[in-house]
Design a protein around this ligand. Structure first.
Ligand code: NAD
Ligand code: UDX
Length: 464
């Protein structure tokens, strides 16, 4: 009762949980209440075993929980008492009807808006935290029966955290973006939200704008980031044909201050719940406004990513004598990136499916993501096995395929692994994290991404 402000967050996922934990940590004067319709998730947030793995998250949650951070399923009570409501429910790609496979599915979002309307007895600020199509705030206002002057103010406040570094990103964000109506009421609501972040974020990193620009900036930021990866991955294919080395190219290119050296790591492809979904959302938006050329331009970022994953599989097939039937391949890593257990849209899903199609036995290893992998790959049945220990996983395999850049894979005893494998033994380094020369010296045939292969035999028709 003696809290200065009451904050509610609807949606206790990868965004809602860590974001609210950080607000609670930095602002003990506010009550922060996080609600979800999924009781198992809420139970996990209230337990010693949090529902998501994220470095540093436990410390933050354990410090604030019970003090001013609360998790529950009591959505109605939460709405009633809140001054400010963040909405961070999922907005996945639509799987049905108009825009299937492209547009954002806004059903969870809309349900939340209706529930806010139903349970609210006092004026509130509603904050869009979820990533949404441009002008969603307007749809929300219509559902809430306001034109921007009534009981509700709708703000856009997209989240830019990356998984695996969420706590760092939340502590020191490059920027916090807040979009509002530019009316007197809109600016007042905006200042209210600015004052929350100002508890720990320097003022110059709090960027304000109109609502539509804010909503669009989130989609564009993800499109630009993913575009860099697809750009370097496209070049990796050319490197493999020409004998150039993609890491050297990326280094030389990234040294140009105008280009910069970040997000230029060639890989087996980008994954994660955001990039593909948000780009397709952008593409759909462009098409729906009749901007065919713009839509095609951005769609190509996703297409190159699909190509990169397929290229990786075909490379395994062709180098292993054009047959994978009956072979065993160990996937080192299944999470879509290191330091997370999240496997949403991970390249590992596609690769495991394609290998199973080739009648290959797949052994999946990962320090955090095996529970999720079992769910993702359940349709593949006993073509796939799951082994956490990488030495055990690699034993009797014909090849290793590194799919996630976990540090632990850099430090394994590869001589021991080589000795336990079927010969000739192959390594496909989908992250370029291993010491390729050392592996070759041990006896492996080594296939990095976008670099010359190191083999113990001459490869027909390949200039490497
Ligand atoms: P998530 O699936 O992990 O979490 C969403 C939660 O919302 C789920 O626990 C679900 O049960 C809950 N929910 C759905 N409908 C509800 C309702 N009506 N009432 C209460 N709870 C409800 O998703 P996420 O990864 O946290 O993403 C949330 C949003 O944030 C998405 O729009 C996403 O695009 C965006 N985003 C995600 C990331 C990321 O790294 N994961 C980063 C930036 C932005
Ligand atoms: C992304 C955005 O970075 C973040 O700002 C946004 O809020 C959510 O989406 P996330 O998907 O969690 O974050 O992780 P990110 O670090 O962006 O990596 C996405 C994928 O790209 C991963 O599969 C990663 O391995 C891959 N990647 C990243 C590369 O292949 N090469 C790179 O150089 C960088």
């Amino acid at each position: 009762t003696d809290f200065e402000k009451k904050i509610l967050c609807i949606g206790a996922g990868y965004v809602g949980g860590p974001t609210m934990a950080m607000i609670a940590l930095k602002c003990p004067q506010y009550k922060v209440h996080v609600v979800d319709i999924n009781p198992d998730r809420i139970d996990a947030w209230n337990s010693q075993e949090l529902p998501i793995y994220e470095p540093g998250l436990e410390e933050v949650v354990f410090e604030a929980r019970g003090r001013n951070l609360f998790f529950s399923t009591d959505i109605q009570e939460g709405i009633e008492e809140a001054d400010i409501i963040f909405v961070s429910v999922n907005t996945p790609t639509k799987t049905f009807g108009e825009g299937a496979g492209m547009a954002a599915d806004l059903q969870y979002w809309e349900k939340t808006a209706r529930q806010i309307l139903e349970c609210s007895k006092s004026p509130k600020i509603i904050v869009e935290k979820s990533t949404v199509p441009v002008r969603t705030a307007q749809a929300m206002e219509r559902i809430l029966g306001t034109d921007g002057s009534g009981k509700f103010q709708v703000l856009s406040n997209p989240e830019f955290l990356a998984e695996g570094t969420a706590i760092e990103d939340l502590k020191c964000p490059d920027r916090v973006l807040i979009g509002s109506r530019l009316t007197e009421e809109g600016l007042k609501a905006r200042d209210e939200l600015v004052s929350i972040y100002a508890n720990w974020v320097p003022k110059e990193n709090i960027v304000t704008s109109d609502t539509w620009s804010s909503e669009l900036s989130k989609l564009v930021a993800n499109a630009f980031l993913a575009q860099r990866i697809s750009s370097i991955n496209a070049i990796s294919a050319l490197c493999e044909k020409t004998g150039a080395d993609v890491s050297r190219v990326a280094y030389a290119v990234g040294k140009d201050g105008r280009i910069g050296d970040k997000f230029l790591k060639s890989s087996v492809g980008f994954g994660g719940s955001c990039f593909k979904k948000d780009i397709l959302n952008l593409v759909y938006l462009c098409r729906s406004y009749g901007l065919q050329e713009v839509a095609d331009y951005w769609e190509q970022v996703v297409k190159i990513n699909e190509y990169q994953k397929e290229r990786f599989v075909l490379n395994m097939l062709h180098t292993m004598f054009d047959t994978l039937a009956g072979k065993r391949i160990c996937l080192l890593g299944f999470a879509f990136k290191a330091d997370t257990g999240d496997t949403r849209e991970t390249p590992g899903i596609y690769i495991a499916q394609r290998l199973a199609e080739e009648h290959c036995r797949v052994v999946v290893s990962d320090p955090q993501a095996l529970d999720n992998a079992k769910i993702d790959l359940k349709d593949l049945g006993d073509a796939v096995s799951y082994v956490e220990d990488p030495y055990e996983a690699a034993a009797d395999c014909d090849a290793l395929a590194v799919l996630t850049e976990w540090n632990l894979y850099k430090e394994l005893d590869y001589t021991k692994i080589y000795n336990s494998m079927t010969k000739p033994a192959f390594v496909f380094d989908g992250r370029n994290i291993l010491d390729h020369q050392a592996l070759h010296d041990i006896g492996f045939n080594v296939f990095p991404i976008g670099k010359p292969a190191l083999t113990h035999y001459r490869m027909n028709g390949r200039t490497r």
